[in-house]
Design a protein around this ligand. Sequence first.
Ligand code: NAD
Length: 347
Amino acid sequence: MTQPSDKALVPFVSVDNMMRLVHHIGVEQIITQIAAQIESDFKRWESFDKTPRIPAHSPHGVIELMPTSDGEAYGFKYVNGHPKNTSEGLQTVTAFGLLADVYTGYPTLLTEMTLLTALRTAATSALVGSYLAPKAAKTMAMIGNGAQSEFQCLAFRAMCDIDTVRLYDTDPNATRKCAANLKNSGLTVVQCTTAEDAIEGAHIITTCTADKKNATILTDNMIGPGIHINAIGGDCPGKTELHKDILLRSDIFVEYPEQTRIEGEIQALPADHTVTEIWQVMTGQAKGRQDDRQVTLFDSVGFAIEDFSALRYIKSAIEGTDFYEPLDMLTDPDDPRDLYGMLMRAG
Ligand code: NAD
């Protein structure tokens, strides 16, 4: 049997190796480093091919493909969203992703992306928070204490300097789990029994709930002046978290309007409602927070460039390490046209 040459071996980062890598670098450090990569890619927004992600909806959930390219590298993520999964002992969101070289079309990285999605979503949230949240913000309400929640709390601690999180979930077990996981994080953790209790004294509110319906996690009377809302959970047609009146009172910031108008909170608003693209705030072309009383809303749905940034980050982070396995997933015949001969010789 012939051995594949090095150029036909694709680095593969398993869940196990991703966990080793995160422990090696540190959770807050890796989130901060991924955020830096996302910020630098968002600042060259116009160099990317962009398209709303491609969803396959079913009564059970959604499966999505998220592709993008900057002309040199191409990346995509496969991701699902199945809120009913947790009741069956499975995760709501799982993902894997691939990076490829545009010149040859050959894959250059295959990796798990369930952990990486949690890291990049947290990185994006806190990066956007660093532009929009009030500078004096020290307390964040974290509503929805599932798989993403600890990553979100740690990202805001590392990048927005919050020192207190107030947790609420309809399932008290989820809140207990989140509080226990954050025990030695340096954050003051307060477990709350209602959403109203959770937002008490908070300048940042993160909503990260999963239910495939138009839910009302926050109502207008709960939102005082100066709040920054980081709304993550509403990311599908028919799946939102905020009462429409909050949207009408907020300055709304989005990743890619063409996708957010389909999937985000703003699906409840007319298609011409003004929103600001967050990359333009990062480049200085648009204004972020302008005063202490403004209500800012990051209507996050998750965009392909964030995954592309995370993939490129991982590709460079594993170079020269053993945090990956070489995967034999590309054919490599001696004569590129003799695919059949290669198959027969293997017999
Ligand atoms: P999860 O299922 O692990 O956790 C969701 C939690 O929300 C559960 O603990 C559930 O009990 C709680 N919940 C449901 N309804 C609630 C309510 N009305 N009030 C308070 N809590 C409630 O899911 P997850 O992986 O943490 O993801 C959460 C959501 O974020 C999902 O909808 C997912 O699609 C979305 N998401 C968005 C992005 C993004 O980039 N914007 C990225 C990842 C996940």
